[in-house]
Design a protein around this ligand. Structure first.
Ligand SMILES: Nc1ncnc2c1ncn2[C@@H]1O[C@H](COP(=O)(O)OP(=O)(O)OC[C@H]2O[C@@H]([n+]3cccc(C(=O)O)c3)[C@H](O)[C@@H]2O)[C@@H](O)[C@H]1O
Ligand SMILES: Nc1ncnc2c1ncn2[C@@H]1O[C@H](COP(=O)(O)OP(=O)(O)OP(=O)(O)O)[C@@H](O)[C@H]1O
Ligand SMILES: NC(=O)CC[C@H](N)C(=O)O
Length: 747
C-alpha cells in the first residue's frame, strides 16, 4: 500500500486583500491537517489574489506577498504538511507567476509558470514573463524577511519536481493544462506521479465540461493523480472564478467541490493509493516512451507523503486506507449556472463594496425580470447559508441589512431578506401599459422586494417643454406626425430620465427607510442588445454593475422558464408569454413597438452574429459565407446578405455605446465590452462600402438553396426547426427604405 490523503482547495480570494487572503489560506491548511492530508494545493496567485492585474507590476504587491509568505512559513499551522502556495516572484529583476512549495518552515522549490493565459480576459504576458528554461533550475536568492524565518539563503527556482521518500510530485499551472504540450506529459513520463494544478479560472456558461475533460484526459493515458485547485468568487472585477476543486486518478474524478457557493474556504480531499498509479502505468508502450524521457531536476526531500507499505497500521487509521471511489461529475444546467454564478458574484460585490443593497428599475420585461430573479437567487443562497449557520454570511448579512452585529438576526427567509436589501421600481409614463406595470408589481411581490411604482410624465413633460421654450419648436412622436429624429429623441428622454431617477432613489432609499448608506444600481442590458446597440446611451443600461450583460436573450428566456418551476415563481410565465417592447412610443391602432421588429432581426439571429463576430472573429464577408452554409437551407443568399449588412451596419454605428457599457458579469466566451474584452475601434466606416459590395456580388451569383415549397410539404428546414426560428423575425430590407424603420440612407 502507499496511501496518502491529498487535498485541493477553492478559496474566495480578493485582489490585494492580503490579510483576508492569508486568513483563508491558513483556514484551508487547518482543515487540511484536520483531515490528515499531507499535501495541500491552493489556487493560482492565492496570496495577492489572481485578479490584481496591473498591480502585479507594482513592487508593493510582491513585497506584501513575501510578507504573507513569511507569516505562513512561521505559522504552526503549516508545519507537518506540504503546502503549494501561489504568489508573484521577482527573479533577477523579472516578474514570474509562481508556485512556492513549502514544508516545515523551508521553501523546497519555486516553480514559475511556463505557458501564460493571454486570450480573452487574460493578459498574463502584460505582467509576467514565462519561464522558458524548461527542465532547468537556478538559484533564487531570498529576501531577508524570508531568510530570517527559514534560515535559507537561496532556494531552487525553475522547472523541477519534488521527490519525496515515497513518490514524486510536480506542478502544472492553470493554462499549462489547456496547452497541447502540457508539462504533465513530460513529467509523467519521467516518473512524476502526482500533478498539482493551481488555477485562476473563471466561469463561463457550459465551460466546466472542457475543464473536466482536460483533467480526466491528463491522467487517463498517462496515469497519475491530478489535484486541481481554483479560486472562487468575485475578486474585484467582471469575472467569477468558479472553484470546483477536483481530484482525479487515472482518468477518473474521485472528488469535486462546489462550482458556486458563498463559502470562503472549501476543501476537497481524497485518499489515494499510489500503487494504483503504478499499476496503471505498467504498460509496455508507455514504458518505451518513458524510458526515453528527459530527466527533470529533482528536489529531494527525506519525508514521505503516504503511510509506507511496511509501516504498522493502527486500527483507527484504517479509514484512511480505503481509496476514495470514482464519482459522477456534477454539472449544472446552463439555466442553473445563470441562477447561481451571477448570484454569488452579486453577493461578493455587495459585501465587499460595503453598500446596503441593490436597486433595479423593473420594466415588466424579460431582462430586468431576469436580473431581479438573479438577485432573488442571491437571497436564496444567503438564506440557505444562514440556515446552515455560516458565520461569515450571517455577519455580512447583518451589516448589509443594517442590523447590529449582536442582534441575533438570521436571514433565513429569502423573501424577508430581499425586502431589506433589494429595491425595485416601475417608472411609468403615458406610453406604459397596465400589463407591464402589473407584471412588475406581481414579480416584486413574489420575490419580496421593496417595490415602488411611480409615474414620471411630469418630468418628461417638463424636459420637453423646456426644449420647446428654448428652441421655439416642440418635437412630436411619429404617431403624431413627427419625424424619425423627433420620435427617437422623445423616446430617449424617457429612457434617460429613468436612469437619473434610478440613481436618486438608490442614493436616498436607505435614508427613507431610516438606514444609512446607499444602494447599487443594477443594469440589465443583455449581450445581444449591446452588440446590436439597441439601447439608449446612458439610460438604465448605464448602471453600477450588470449581472446579465454577458448573457444572451435566448439563454435568459430559458433561465426564466427554469426558475418558474425551480424557484416556485408562477408569475414568471407571464414574462415569457409577453412580446418584448420598449413602451417608449404611443401605442396606436396599427402600431405597437416590438423589439425584434424594431431591430430587424430576432434575438436568436443576434446570438449567431455575436458568436461569429467575437468567437470566430469573422468580418462582414466571412460572416456572410458562413451564414450561407448555416442558413442557406431556409434563406436565399440575397436575404442573408441583407441581414449581414444590417447587423454590421447597426453594430458599427452603435459601437460607441460599448465604450460605456456597464461592467457586466462575464458569462460567455465573447462580450461586447470595449473596455476589457472587445478591443476594436468605435468609429467605423459603418456602411462598409468595400465589404458590402463584395457580399452583394457574391450573393448575386450564388444559387438559392432554400427549399421553400408552395405545396406546404415539409422541407428540411422545417424538420430541423430552423425555419421557425428564423421566421419569427420581421426581416428588414435595407435596400428598401419603405420597409425599414430606420433606413440607412436617411441616417
Ligand atoms: N460615432 C459616435 N461616437 C460617439 N458618440 C456618438 C456617435 N454617434 C452618435 N453618438 C452619440 O450617441 C447618440 C445617439 O445614441 P442614443 O442617444 O442612445 O440614441 P439612438 O441610438 O439614436 O436611439 C436609441 C435606440 O435604442 C432603442 N431603444 C432605446 C431604449 C430601449 C430600447 C429597448 O426596447 O430595449 C430600445 C431605440 O428604439 C433606438 O433605436 C448621439 O446623439 C450622440 O450623442
Ligand atoms: N417602465 C419602466 N419602469 C422601470 N424601468 C424601466 C421601464 N422601462 C425600462 N426600464 C429600465 O430600462 C431598461 C431598458 O429598457 P428597455 O425597454 O430597453 O428594456 P429591455 O432592454 O428589453 O429590458 P426589459 O426586458 O427589462 O424590458 C430595463 O431593463 C429597465 O431596467
Ligand atoms: N489563469 C489561467 O491560466 C486561465 C487559463 C484558462 N484559459 C482558463 O480559463 O481556465
Amino acid at each position: 500500500m502507499g496511501h496518502l490523503i491529498t487535498l485541493s482547495t477553492s478559496l474566495n480570494q480578493w485582489a490585494l486583500d492580503f490579510q483576508g487572503n492569508m486568513e483563508r489560506i491558513l483556514q484551508s491548511i487547518v482543515v487540511a491537517k484536520s483531515r490528515g492530508a499531507t499535501l495541500r494545493v491552493g489556487p493560482e496567485l492565492e496570496i495577492p489574489g489572481y485578479g490584481c492585474l496591473d498591480h502585479f507590476l507594482e513592487g508593493d504587491t510582491v513585497l506584501h506577498s513575501w510578507e504573507v509568505l513569511a507569516k505562513l512559513l512561521a505559522s504552526d499551522e503549516t508545519q507537518g504538511i506540504v503546502c503549494d502556495l501561489g504568489m508573484p516572484v521577482v527573479h533577477k529583476n523579472t516578474i514570474y507567476n509562481c508556485r512556492v512549495i513549502i514544508y516545515n518552515c523551508q521553501i523546497l522549490l519555486i516553480r514559475p509558470k511556463m505557458w501564460m493565459a493571454n486570450d480573452g480576459n487574460y493578459r498574463e504576458l502584460r505582467y509576467f514573463t514565462p519561464w522558458t528554461k524548461h527542465q532547468q533550475v537556478e538559484d533564487h536568492f531570498l529576501p531577508r524577511i524570508i531568510q530570517v524565518v527559514t534560515g535559507q539563503h537561496k532556494v531552487p527556482f525553475g522547472d523541477a519536481v519534488v521527490s519525496t521518500a515515497d513518490t514524486c510530485f510536480g506542478v502544472e499551472l492553470c493554462e499549462e493544462l489547456f496547452t497541447p504540450a502540457s508539462p504533465h506529459i513530460l513529467m509523467g513520463l519521467d516518473g512524476v506521479e502526482i500533478f498539482t494544478n493551481s488555477s485562476g479560472s473563471h466561469h463561463e456558461l457550459r465551460k466546466l465540461y472542457t475543464r473536466v475533460e482536460l483533467i480526466k484526459e491528463a491522467t487517463l493515458k498517462l496515469g497519475g493523480v491530478y489535484l486541481y485547485a481554483n479560486q472562487q468568487g468575485c475578486d474585484g472585477d467582471r469575472l467569477y472564478y468558479d472553484g470546483c476543486a477536483m481530484i482525479a486518478v487515472n482518468g477518473r474524478i474521485v472528488a469535486q467541490g462546489s462550482q458556486f457557493s458563498l463559502n470562503d474556504v472549501e476543501v476537497v480531499t481524497a485518499t489515494i493509493d499510489i500503487e494504483d498509479v503504478r499499476s496503471h502505468r505498467a504498460k509496455s508502450s508507455r514504458s518505451m516512451q518513458a524510458a526515453q524521457a528527459k530527466n527533470y531536476p529533482r528536489i529531494e526531500v527525506p519525508f514521505a507523503l503516504s503511510v509506507g507499505k511496511f509501516e504498522e497500521v493502527r486500527e483507527d487509521d484504517m479509514i484512511g486506507f480505503l481509496s476514495t471511489k470514482t464519482m459522477e461529475v456534477r454539472y449544472h444546467r446552463p439555466e442553473e449556472e445563470i441562477a447561481l454564478g451571477p448570484a454569488c458574484w452579486l453577493w461578493d460585490y455587495l459585501r465587499r463594496s460595503r453598500t446596503q443593497g441593490y436597486f433595479i428599475p423593473l420594466s415588466g420585461g424579460i431582462d430586468s425580470c431576469a436580473t431581479a430573479v438573479i438577485v432573488y437567487s442571491m437571497c436564496r443562497l444567503v438564506a440557505e447559508a444562514a440556515r446552515k449557520a455560516d458565520k461569515q454570511v450571517i455577519i455580512d448579512a447583518r451589516r448589509i441589512a443594517g442590523e447590529p452585529e449582536d442582534s441575533g438576526y438570521i436571514p433565513s427567509d429569502p423573501r424577508e431578506f430581499a425586502g431589506r436589501v433589494f429595491h425595485t421600481c416601475y417608472m411609468g409614463t403615458e406610453n406604459s401599459s397596465a400589463e407591464t406595470r402589473n407584471r412588475a408589481k406581481a414579480l416584486a411581490s413574489a420575490i419580496g422586494s421593496y417595490h415602488i411604482d411611480l409615474n414620471m410624465d411630469s418630468i418628461v413633460t417638463a424636459v420637453r417643454s423646456l426644449f420647446g421654450f428654448v428652441t421655439g419648436v416642440k418635437p412630436e412622436f411619429r404617431a403624431h406626425g413627427g419625424s424619425n429624429a423627433e420620435n427617437l429623441a422623445l423616446q430617449n428622454i424617457q429612457a434617460r430620465l429613468r436612469m437619473v431617477l434610478a440613481y436618486l432613489f438608490a442614493q436616498l432609499l436607505p435614508w427613507v427607510r431610516g438606514r444609512v448608506g446607499g444602494l447599487l444600481v443594477l443594469g440589465s442590458a443583455n449581450v445581444d442588445e449591446s452588440l446590436r446597440g439597441y439601447l439608449t446611451k446612458y439610460d438604465c443600461s448605464s448602471a453600477d454593475i450588470n449581472p446579465i450583460g454577458g448573457i444572451s436573450k435566448t439563454d435568459l428566456k430559458r433561465f426564466i422558464a427554469w426558475a418558474e418551476g425551480s424557484f416556485d415563481l408562477p408569475v414568471l410565465k407571464s414574462f415569457l408569454d409577453a412580446t418584448p417592447t420598449a413602451e417608449l412610443e404611443p401605442i396606436t391602432e396599427n402600431y405597437v413597438q416590438a423589439d425584434e421588429a424594431d431591430m430587424g432581426m430576432t434575438y436568436d439571429e443576434l446570438s449567431v452574429f455575436g458568436r461569429l463576430r467575437k468567437v470566430e472573429k469573422c468580418g462582414p464577408y466571412s460572416t456572410f459565407t458562413k451564414l450561407v452554409h448555416e442558413w442557406g437551407g431556409f434563406l436565399s443568399p440575397l436575404q442573408i446578405a441583407e441581414k449581414v449588412k444590417l447587423f454590421f451596419f447597426e453594430h458599427a454605428r452603435n459601437r460607441h455605446k460599448m465604450t460605456t457599457l456597464t461592467p457586466s458579469y462575464h458569462a460567455e466566451s465573447y462580450s461586447p465590452d470595449d473596455n476589457r474584452f472587445d478591443l476594436r475601434p468605435f468609429l467605423y466606416p459603418s456602411r462598409f462600402p468595400w465589404q458590402f459590395k463584395k457580399i452583394d456580388e457574391v450573393a448575386a451569383v450564388l444559387p438559392d438553396r432554400t427549399y421553400l415549397t408552395t405545396s406546404g410539404a415539409e422541407t428540411e428546414a422545417d424538420k430541423s426547426g430552423l425555419r421557425n426560428r428564423s421566421a419569427k423575425a420581421t426581416y428588414v430590407d435595407i435596400a428598401n427604405p419603405a420597409e425599414c424603420r430606420m433606413p440607412i440612407e436617411t441616417i
